[in-house]
Write a protein that binds this ligand. Sequence first.
Ligand SMILES: [Zn+2]
Length: 437
Amino acid sequence: METCNLLIKNAIVMTDYETIQNGMDIAVADGKVLEVVKTGSREYQADKVISGEGKLFMPGLIDSHMHTGQQLLKGLVLDAKPIIWTRVMLPFESTLTTEKMKLSARVAALEMIKSGTTAFIDAGSYHMDAAAEVYAKTGLRGRLSYSTMDEEGLPESIAMDAKQAVQETDSLYENWNGKGNLKVYYSLRALNSCSDELTELAAAHAKERNAMLQAHMNEYQGEVDGIIKREGMRPYEYLEKMDVLSSRFLGAHSLILSEEEKVLIKEHGVKICHCPFSNCGKAVPDTPDYVERGIIPGFGTDGAAHGGLSLWNEMRIFRSLMNIYHGVPNRNPKVMPAELLFRMVFEGGAAAIDEVGACGRIEAGYKADMISVNLDAGRLIPSGNLLHTMFECAESGDVRDMIVGGEVLMEDRVVKTLDEERIRFEALEYMKKEGVL
Ligand SMILES: [Zn+2]
Protein backbone atom coordinates (compact mmCIF):
# COMPACT_ATOMS: atom_id res chain seq x y z
CA MET A 1 0.00 0.00 0.00
CA GLU A 2 1.25 3.48 -0.94
CA THR A 3 1.30 6.36 1.54
CA CYS A 4 0.34 10.00 1.11
CA ASN A 5 -0.48 13.04 3.26
CA LEU A 6 -3.92 13.73 1.84
CA LEU A 7 -6.31 11.62 -0.20
CA ILE A 8 -9.43 12.94 -1.91
CA LYS A 9 -11.67 10.01 -2.66
CA ASN A 10 -14.16 9.47 -5.44
CA ALA A 11 -14.45 12.99 -6.81
CA ILE A 12 -15.25 14.47 -10.18
CA VAL A 13 -12.01 16.20 -11.14
CA MET A 14 -11.49 19.06 -13.52
CA THR A 15 -7.80 18.37 -14.03
CA ASP A 16 -7.16 21.39 -16.27
CA TYR A 17 -9.06 23.99 -18.28
CA GLU A 18 -10.62 21.47 -20.66
CA THR A 19 -10.74 18.03 -19.02
CA ILE A 20 -13.23 16.54 -16.57
CA GLN A 21 -12.87 12.99 -15.23
CA ASN A 22 -15.39 11.11 -13.10
CA GLY A 23 -14.76 8.80 -10.14
CA MET A 24 -11.19 9.84 -9.39
CA ASP A 25 -8.91 9.81 -6.34
CA ILE A 26 -6.33 12.56 -5.85
CA ALA A 27 -3.27 11.65 -3.76
CA VAL A 28 -1.21 14.53 -2.33
CA ALA A 29 2.24 14.27 -0.75
CA ASP A 30 4.82 16.93 0.21
CA GLY A 31 2.57 19.72 -1.03
CA LYS A 32 2.23 18.30 -4.53
CA VAL A 33 -0.18 16.09 -6.43
CA LEU A 34 1.24 12.56 -6.38
CA GLU A 35 -1.29 11.17 -8.83
CA VAL A 36 -4.88 11.33 -10.02
CA VAL A 37 -6.24 7.80 -10.48
CA LYS A 38 -9.53 5.98 -10.96
CA THR A 39 -11.11 5.32 -7.57
CA GLY A 40 -10.20 1.87 -6.34
CA SER A 41 -7.33 1.35 -8.76
CA ARG A 42 -4.74 2.05 -6.07
CA GLU A 43 -4.88 1.72 -2.28
CA TYR A 44 -3.41 4.56 -0.21
CA GLN A 45 -2.62 4.91 3.46
CA ALA A 46 -3.33 8.62 3.98
CA ASP A 47 -2.84 10.94 7.00
CA LYS A 48 -6.11 12.62 6.05
CA VAL A 49 -8.98 11.65 3.76
CA ILE A 50 -11.57 14.01 2.25
CA SER A 51 -14.63 12.54 0.57
CA GLY A 52 -15.16 13.79 -2.96
CA GLU A 53 -18.77 12.53 -3.11
CA GLY A 54 -21.03 15.15 -4.67
CA LYS A 55 -18.13 17.50 -5.30
CA LEU A 56 -16.10 18.64 -8.26
CA PHE A 57 -12.42 19.36 -7.56
CA MET A 58 -10.66 21.87 -9.78
CA PRO A 59 -7.44 23.93 -9.75
CA GLY A 60 -7.64 26.94 -7.43
CA LEU A 61 -8.52 30.31 -8.98
CA ILE A 62 -5.63 32.76 -9.33
CA ASP A 63 -6.15 36.50 -8.81
CA SER A 64 -3.38 38.12 -10.84
CA HIS A 65 -4.06 41.67 -9.67
CA MET A 66 -5.59 42.90 -6.42
CA HIS A 67 -4.94 45.63 -3.83
CA THR A 68 -5.00 44.68 -0.16
CA GLY A 69 -4.69 48.38 0.65
CA GLN A 70 -8.05 49.18 -0.98
CA GLN A 71 -10.02 46.50 0.88
CA LEU A 72 -11.67 49.03 3.21
CA LEU A 73 -12.73 51.14 0.21
CA LYS A 74 -15.41 48.63 -0.76
CA GLY A 75 -18.57 50.53 -1.71
CA LEU A 76 -16.82 53.90 -2.06
CA VAL A 77 -15.53 53.65 -5.63
CA LEU A 78 -18.65 52.72 -7.57
CA ASP A 79 -20.07 55.71 -9.46
CA ALA A 80 -17.41 58.01 -8.00
CA LYS A 81 -16.55 60.99 -10.18
CA PRO A 82 -13.32 60.67 -12.14
CA ILE A 83 -10.41 60.77 -11.69
CA ILE A 84 -10.79 58.22 -8.88
CA TRP A 85 -7.01 57.85 -8.56
CA THR A 86 -6.60 61.42 -7.27
CA ARG A 87 -10.06 61.90 -5.76
CA VAL A 88 -10.47 58.57 -3.95
CA MET A 89 -7.49 56.17 -4.09
CA LEU A 90 -4.60 58.47 -3.17
CA PRO A 91 -6.30 60.23 -0.23
CA PHE A 92 -7.39 56.83 1.11
CA GLU A 93 -4.10 54.98 0.67
CA SER A 94 -2.07 57.85 2.08
CA THR A 95 -3.99 57.61 5.36
CA LEU A 96 -3.64 53.84 5.82
CA THR A 97 -2.18 52.59 9.10
CA THR A 98 -0.62 49.30 10.19
CA GLU A 99 -3.84 48.40 11.99
CA LYS A 100 -6.01 49.14 8.94
CA MET A 101 -3.71 47.03 6.76
CA LYS A 102 -3.90 44.10 9.17
CA LEU A 103 -7.70 44.26 9.05
CA SER A 104 -7.58 44.68 5.26
CA ALA A 105 -5.40 41.58 4.86
CA ARG A 106 -7.60 39.55 7.18
CA VAL A 107 -10.85 40.40 5.39
CA ALA A 108 -9.22 40.01 1.96
CA ALA A 109 -7.79 36.59 2.87
CA LEU A 110 -11.14 35.47 4.25
CA GLU A 111 -12.98 36.58 1.11
CA MET A 112 -10.41 34.91 -1.15
CA ILE A 113 -10.52 31.59 0.68
CA LYS A 114 -14.32 31.58 0.71
CA SER A 115 -14.41 32.46 -3.01
CA GLY A 116 -11.99 29.77 -4.19
CA THR A 117 -8.96 31.99 -4.82
CA THR A 118 -5.86 30.01 -3.82
CA ALA A 119 -3.25 32.48 -5.08
CA PHE A 120 -3.10 36.25 -5.54
CA ILE A 121 -0.84 39.12 -6.51
CA ASP A 122 -1.03 42.33 -4.51
CA ALA A 123 -0.27 45.06 -7.02
CA GLY A 124 1.31 47.32 -4.42
CA SER A 125 0.14 48.78 -1.15
CA TYR A 126 1.58 50.39 2.00
CA HIS A 127 2.34 48.84 5.44
CA MET A 128 2.98 45.61 3.55
CA ASP A 129 4.92 43.99 6.41
CA ALA A 130 1.71 44.04 8.43
CA ALA A 131 -0.21 42.48 5.52
CA ALA A 132 2.52 39.88 4.96
CA GLU A 133 2.37 38.87 8.62
CA VAL A 134 -1.35 38.11 8.21
CA TYR A 135 -1.06 36.43 4.80
CA ALA A 136 1.82 34.17 5.90
CA LYS A 137 -0.49 32.56 8.46
CA THR A 138 -3.40 32.06 6.05
CA GLY A 139 -1.58 29.55 3.82
CA LEU A 140 -2.60 31.39 0.64
CA ARG A 141 -0.05 31.60 -2.17
CA GLY A 142 0.66 35.33 -2.15
CA ARG A 143 2.79 37.69 -4.22
CA LEU A 144 3.31 40.97 -2.41
CA SER A 145 4.51 44.37 -3.55
CA TYR A 146 5.18 47.74 -2.02
CA SER A 147 3.45 50.62 -3.81
CA THR A 148 6.29 52.32 -5.67
CA MET A 149 6.21 55.82 -7.20
CA ASP A 150 8.17 59.05 -6.91
CA GLU A 151 6.09 61.66 -8.74
CA GLU A 152 5.84 65.23 -7.47
CA GLY A 153 2.91 66.28 -5.34
CA LEU A 154 2.08 63.01 -3.56
CA PRO A 155 0.60 63.31 -0.05
CA GLU A 156 3.43 63.71 2.47
CA SER A 157 2.85 60.34 4.18
CA ILE A 158 3.64 58.42 0.98
CA ALA A 159 5.99 60.83 -0.84
CA MET A 160 9.44 59.40 -1.44
CA ASP A 161 12.34 59.56 -3.85
CA ALA A 162 13.42 56.72 -6.14
CA LYS A 163 15.97 55.26 -3.71
CA GLN A 164 13.60 55.28 -0.74
CA ALA A 165 10.81 53.77 -2.84
CA VAL A 166 12.96 50.82 -3.98
CA GLN A 167 14.41 50.36 -0.50
CA GLU A 168 10.91 49.70 0.81
CA THR A 169 10.61 46.70 -1.54
CA ASP A 170 14.18 45.57 -0.77
CA SER A 171 13.23 45.38 2.88
CA LEU A 172 9.90 43.64 2.17
CA TYR A 173 11.85 41.15 0.03
CA GLU A 174 14.40 40.52 2.80
CA ASN A 175 11.64 39.97 5.33
CA TRP A 176 9.16 37.87 3.37
CA ASN A 177 10.35 36.46 0.05
CA GLY A 178 10.26 32.67 0.22
CA LYS A 179 8.55 32.60 3.65
CA GLY A 180 5.84 29.95 3.48
CA ASN A 181 3.87 30.50 0.28
CA LEU A 182 4.86 34.17 -0.09
CA LYS A 183 7.06 35.83 -2.68
CA VAL A 184 7.82 39.52 -3.17
CA TYR A 185 7.50 41.34 -6.51
CA TYR A 186 9.00 44.72 -7.35
CA SER A 187 6.46 47.17 -8.67
CA LEU A 188 6.04 50.42 -10.55
CA ARG A 189 2.65 51.83 -9.66
CA ALA A 190 2.17 53.27 -13.17
CA LEU A 191 4.75 54.64 -15.58
CA ASN A 192 3.47 58.22 -15.37
CA SER A 193 3.98 58.14 -11.57
CA CYS A 194 7.60 56.93 -11.88
CA SER A 195 10.77 58.72 -12.95
CA ASP A 196 13.38 57.15 -15.28
CA GLU A 197 15.61 56.73 -12.22
CA LEU A 198 12.95 54.80 -10.30
CA THR A 199 12.06 52.63 -13.31
CA GLU A 200 15.73 51.72 -13.82
CA LEU A 201 16.41 51.14 -10.13
CA ALA A 202 13.34 48.95 -9.51
CA ALA A 203 14.11 46.88 -12.62
CA ALA A 204 17.76 46.44 -11.58
CA HIS A 205 16.89 45.38 -8.03
CA ALA A 206 14.29 42.91 -9.34
CA LYS A 207 16.83 41.48 -11.81
CA GLU A 208 19.53 41.07 -9.13
CA ARG A 209 17.13 38.96 -7.10
CA ASN A 210 15.47 37.23 -10.07
CA ALA A 211 12.20 38.68 -8.73
CA MET A 212 9.22 39.66 -10.89
CA LEU A 213 8.49 43.32 -11.63
CA GLN A 214 4.92 44.51 -12.18
CA ALA A 215 3.19 47.73 -13.24
CA HIS A 216 -0.24 49.06 -14.16
CA MET A 217 0.04 49.31 -17.95
CA ASN A 218 -2.01 50.78 -20.82
CA GLU A 219 -5.14 51.05 -18.70
CA TYR A 220 -6.45 54.52 -19.67
CA GLN A 221 -6.13 56.43 -22.93
CA GLY A 222 -5.02 59.46 -20.93
CA GLU A 223 -2.23 57.46 -19.28
CA VAL A 224 -0.99 56.14 -22.66
CA ASP A 225 -1.17 59.66 -24.12
CA GLY A 226 0.80 60.99 -21.12
CA ILE A 227 3.69 58.61 -21.82
CA ILE A 228 3.60 59.41 -25.54
CA LYS A 229 3.82 63.11 -24.62
CA ARG A 230 6.63 62.57 -22.08
CA GLU A 231 8.70 60.00 -23.97
CA GLY A 232 7.67 60.34 -27.61
CA MET A 233 6.72 56.66 -27.65
CA ARG A 234 4.11 54.28 -26.23
CA PRO A 235 4.40 52.69 -22.75
CA TYR A 236 5.70 49.23 -23.75
CA GLU A 237 8.09 50.85 -26.26
CA TYR A 238 9.44 53.02 -23.45
CA LEU A 239 9.98 49.97 -21.24
CA GLU A 240 11.82 48.22 -24.04
CA LYS A 241 14.07 51.25 -24.44
CA MET A 242 14.74 51.10 -20.69
CA ASP A 243 15.60 47.37 -21.03
CA VAL A 244 12.82 46.45 -18.60
CA LEU A 245 10.76 44.04 -20.70
CA SER A 246 11.27 40.32 -20.11
CA SER A 247 9.36 37.25 -19.03
CA ARG A 248 9.91 38.56 -15.45
CA PHE A 249 7.60 41.53 -16.15
CA LEU A 250 3.85 41.55 -15.46
CA GLY A 251 1.81 44.29 -17.15
CA ALA A 252 -1.54 44.56 -15.39
CA HIS A 253 -4.57 45.60 -17.47
CA SER A 254 -2.77 45.99 -20.85
CA LEU A 255 -6.00 47.09 -22.50
CA ILE A 256 -4.94 49.67 -25.09
CA LEU A 257 -2.11 48.12 -27.10
CA SER A 258 -0.70 49.07 -30.49
CA GLU A 259 0.43 46.44 -32.98
CA GLU A 260 4.07 47.14 -32.02
CA GLU A 261 3.29 46.75 -28.32
CA LYS A 262 1.62 43.36 -28.91
CA VAL A 263 4.73 42.25 -30.79
CA LEU A 264 6.96 43.41 -27.90
CA ILE A 265 4.84 41.56 -25.33
CA LYS A 266 5.03 38.36 -27.35
CA GLU A 267 8.73 38.70 -28.16
CA HIS A 268 9.79 39.29 -24.57
CA GLY A 269 7.37 36.77 -23.05
CA VAL A 270 5.81 39.54 -20.90
CA LYS A 271 2.96 38.35 -18.63
CA ILE A 272 -0.31 40.31 -18.67
CA CYS A 273 -3.69 40.20 -16.95
CA HIS A 274 -7.10 41.88 -17.25
CA CYS A 275 -9.46 43.04 -14.47
CA PRO A 276 -12.83 42.97 -16.29
CA PHE A 277 -15.19 44.72 -13.84
CA SER A 278 -12.71 47.51 -13.16
CA ASN A 279 -11.63 47.69 -16.82
CA CYS A 280 -15.19 48.16 -18.11
CA GLY A 281 -15.06 51.86 -17.31
CA LYS A 282 -11.79 52.28 -19.19
CA ALA A 283 -11.34 50.28 -22.39
CA VAL A 284 -12.07 46.92 -24.05
CA PRO A 285 -8.97 44.86 -24.91
CA ASP A 286 -8.62 42.93 -28.18
CA THR A 287 -8.01 39.71 -26.27
CA PRO A 288 -9.06 37.31 -29.07
CA ASP A 289 -6.19 38.79 -31.07
CA TYR A 290 -3.77 38.45 -28.11
CA VAL A 291 -4.74 34.79 -27.74
CA GLU A 292 -4.20 34.14 -31.45
CA ARG A 293 -0.66 35.44 -30.97
CA GLY A 294 -0.13 33.06 -28.05
CA ILE A 295 -0.49 35.71 -25.33
CA ILE A 296 -2.73 34.25 -22.60
CA PRO A 297 -3.69 36.92 -20.04
CA GLY A 298 -4.61 36.07 -16.46
CA PHE A 299 -7.55 37.57 -14.55
CA GLY A 300 -7.43 39.99 -11.66
CA THR A 301 -10.12 41.58 -9.53
CA ASP A 302 -8.28 44.90 -9.02
CA GLY A 303 -9.15 44.60 -5.33
CA ALA A 304 -12.39 44.51 -3.38
CA ALA A 305 -13.24 48.14 -4.16
CA HIS A 306 -13.88 47.12 -7.78
CA GLY A 307 -16.74 44.65 -7.37
CA GLY A 308 -15.31 42.31 -4.73
CA LEU A 309 -12.77 39.51 -4.95
CA SER A 310 -14.77 36.90 -6.87
CA LEU A 311 -12.98 35.62 -9.96
CA TRP A 312 -16.18 33.76 -10.94
CA ASN A 313 -17.72 37.21 -11.50
CA GLU A 314 -14.70 38.53 -13.37
CA MET A 315 -14.69 35.59 -15.80
CA ARG A 316 -18.39 35.95 -16.56
CA ILE A 317 -18.23 39.72 -16.99
CA PHE A 318 -15.31 39.23 -19.37
CA ARG A 319 -17.13 36.62 -21.43
CA SER A 320 -20.17 38.94 -21.78
CA LEU A 321 -17.98 41.87 -22.74
CA MET A 322 -16.04 39.88 -25.33
CA ASN A 323 -19.27 38.52 -26.84
CA ILE A 324 -20.86 41.93 -27.21
CA TYR A 325 -17.73 43.66 -28.42
CA HIS A 326 -15.97 41.04 -30.55
CA GLY A 327 -18.43 38.17 -30.98
CA VAL A 328 -21.69 39.77 -32.07
CA PRO A 329 -20.24 42.09 -34.76
CA ASN A 330 -18.34 39.16 -36.25
CA ARG A 331 -21.18 36.65 -35.85
CA ASN A 332 -18.86 34.48 -33.75
CA PRO A 333 -20.60 33.01 -30.65
CA LYS A 334 -17.40 31.20 -29.65
CA VAL A 335 -15.14 34.20 -29.46
CA MET A 336 -14.35 33.46 -25.80
CA PRO A 337 -15.29 29.85 -24.95
CA ALA A 338 -15.42 28.59 -21.36
CA GLU A 339 -12.30 26.47 -21.87
CA LEU A 340 -10.32 29.56 -22.85
CA LEU A 341 -11.62 31.56 -19.89
CA PHE A 342 -10.55 28.79 -17.51
CA ARG A 343 -7.22 28.60 -19.34
CA MET A 344 -6.76 32.31 -18.68
CA VAL A 345 -7.50 32.04 -14.96
CA PHE A 346 -5.38 28.86 -14.46
CA GLU A 347 -2.56 29.14 -17.01
CA GLY A 348 -2.42 32.91 -17.41
CA GLY A 349 -2.67 33.11 -13.62
CA ALA A 350 0.11 30.56 -13.08
CA ALA A 351 2.35 32.62 -15.38
CA ALA A 352 1.52 35.82 -13.47
CA ILE A 353 2.36 34.24 -10.09
CA ASP A 354 5.60 32.87 -11.57
CA GLU A 355 4.52 29.24 -11.34
CA VAL A 356 4.50 28.13 -15.00
CA GLY A 357 4.19 24.35 -15.09
CA ALA A 358 3.80 24.22 -11.30
CA CYS A 359 0.29 25.62 -10.66
CA GLY A 360 -3.00 25.63 -12.57
CA ARG A 361 -3.61 21.90 -13.01
CA ILE A 362 -4.49 18.92 -10.86
CA GLU A 363 -1.82 16.69 -12.29
CA ALA A 364 1.10 14.64 -10.92
CA GLY A 365 3.99 16.94 -10.01
CA TYR A 366 1.89 20.12 -9.82
CA LYS A 367 1.53 21.99 -6.53
CA ALA A 368 -1.59 20.80 -4.72
CA ASP A 369 -3.57 24.07 -5.02
CA MET A 370 -7.21 23.12 -5.53
CA ILE A 371 -10.79 23.81 -4.54
CA SER A 372 -13.98 21.80 -4.50
CA VAL A 373 -17.39 22.96 -5.65
CA ASN A 374 -20.51 21.48 -4.15
CA LEU A 375 -22.51 19.89 -6.96
CA ASP A 376 -25.45 19.06 -4.73
CA ALA A 377 -26.55 22.69 -4.84
CA GLY A 378 -29.69 22.60 -6.94
CA ARG A 379 -28.46 25.33 -9.24
CA LEU A 380 -25.57 23.32 -10.68
CA ILE A 381 -27.22 20.01 -11.54
CA PRO A 382 -28.42 18.52 -13.76
CA SER A 383 -25.87 19.69 -16.30
CA GLY A 384 -25.13 18.38 -19.78
CA ASN A 385 -21.60 19.80 -19.63
CA LEU A 386 -20.09 20.28 -16.18
CA LEU A 387 -17.25 22.45 -17.40
CA HIS A 388 -19.68 24.89 -18.99
CA THR A 389 -21.88 24.84 -15.90
CA MET A 390 -18.89 25.56 -13.65
CA PHE A 391 -18.22 28.61 -15.76
CA GLU A 392 -21.81 29.81 -16.18
CA CYS A 393 -23.35 29.08 -12.80
CA ALA A 394 -20.81 28.39 -10.04
CA GLU A 395 -20.34 31.14 -7.47
CA SER A 396 -18.13 31.83 -4.49
CA GLY A 397 -20.68 30.35 -2.10
CA ASP A 398 -20.52 26.97 -3.88
CA VAL A 399 -16.84 26.51 -2.95
CA ARG A 400 -16.61 23.90 -0.16
CA ASP A 401 -12.94 23.02 0.35
CA MET A 402 -9.62 24.66 -0.35
CA ILE A 403 -6.18 23.09 -0.39
CA VAL A 404 -3.00 25.09 -1.01
CA GLY A 405 0.38 23.36 -1.21
CA GLY A 406 -1.27 20.28 0.27
CA GLU A 407 -2.54 22.18 3.34
CA VAL A 408 -6.30 22.27 3.93
CA LEU A 409 -7.26 25.96 4.36
CA MET A 410 -11.02 25.38 4.27
CA GLU A 411 -13.05 22.22 4.80
CA ASP A 412 -16.79 22.19 4.27
CA ARG A 413 -16.69 26.00 4.32
CA VAL A 414 -14.98 26.12 7.71
CA VAL A 415 -11.83 28.22 7.34
CA LYS A 416 -8.97 26.58 9.24
CA THR A 417 -6.33 29.27 9.17
CA LEU A 418 -8.38 32.35 10.12
CA ASP A 419 -10.83 33.19 12.89
CA GLU A 420 -13.83 34.00 10.71
CA GLU A 421 -16.10 35.09 13.54
CA ARG A 422 -13.53 37.55 14.87
CA ILE A 423 -12.88 39.01 11.42
CA ARG A 424 -16.60 39.58 10.84
CA PHE A 425 -16.81 41.27 14.24
CA GLU A 426 -13.84 43.51 13.43
CA ALA A 427 -15.30 44.39 10.02
CA LEU A 428 -18.58 45.46 11.64
CA GLU A 429 -16.74 47.45 14.30
CA TYR A 430 -14.84 49.24 11.53
CA MET A 431 -18.13 50.15 9.81
CA LYS A 432 -19.49 51.52 13.12
CA LYS A 433 -16.35 53.60 13.63
CA GLU A 434 -16.70 54.99 10.10
CA GLY A 435 -20.34 55.86 10.79
CA VAL A 436 -21.76 53.47 8.17
CA LEU A 437 -23.63 51.45 10.82
ZN1 LIG B 1 -4.72 48.03 -9.85
